[in-house]
Design a protein around this ligand. Sequence first.
Ligand code: MG
Length: 281
Amino acid sequence: MKLVTFEMDGRMGSGALHPDGGIVDLTDLGGVLELLTNAEARMAAERRLADPAVKRLTQGLRLRAPLTPRAFICIGLNYMDHVKESSARVPARPVVFAKCPNALAGPDDVITWHADVTQQVDWEAELGVVIGQRCYRVAKAEALRYVGGYTCVNDLSARDIQLTDSAGQYTLGKTLDGFCPIGPCLVTADEIPDPQNLTIRCLVNDEVRQHSNTREMIFGVADLIAHLSRFMTLMPGDLIATGTPPGVGMGMKPPVWLRDGDRVAVEIEGIGALTNTCRVL
Ligand code: MG
């Protein structure tokens, strides 16, 4: 299922994208996290989606972030060519940092920042993994069982804060308000049996800036879950942003940054496109 959170007539609802278009309302069965983790709600949702007579919502609704992650765990430098364009060393173990809940944004949200805070905002298309079951110290071979679903993430990054102002720490320049758009939907893990074979792209104003495949990750999704869960209990709703492929603005010569009015889209095969517009204040 492709689960969504939507806003309609001033209320928030949950639903699933119907293969023939429109959204099937699942609000009475629970929110997206519940649909992901509660087997009974999940089966009821699947039955409703399969009903040929089901009513589909097509108008007057707006997609929001598919869920509010419990934690925003991010992996840096996880594609070889991105390590090179960042002039960084190849990591022996995953590079881990975090974003905070203020960074959450959804599909079509306008992302704003103040010009006196940053002038170097960059895009980072990433596969987002949402944990579906509590896990601690799981083996790599078992790790994918704990995935609830997948979504697109744009790990927006203020490079001047990340690299210049803050002596190399990541988090502050990555967690400005709205700097973690996710969506447009959360695809349940059963629809993506192999997360290491997905085309991933980023387009700025319809121009392709990143184009890669998740098979190019240095540490795959199973490696990341096994590694993280050695140190911390992962819980349902935790988001892992798995790192970005090459083609970020920082790596261009000369560097290119997002500007007022730019439209930035993250596209992942089997998930969809997450589009946001930039507004500089
Ligand atoms: Mg990133």
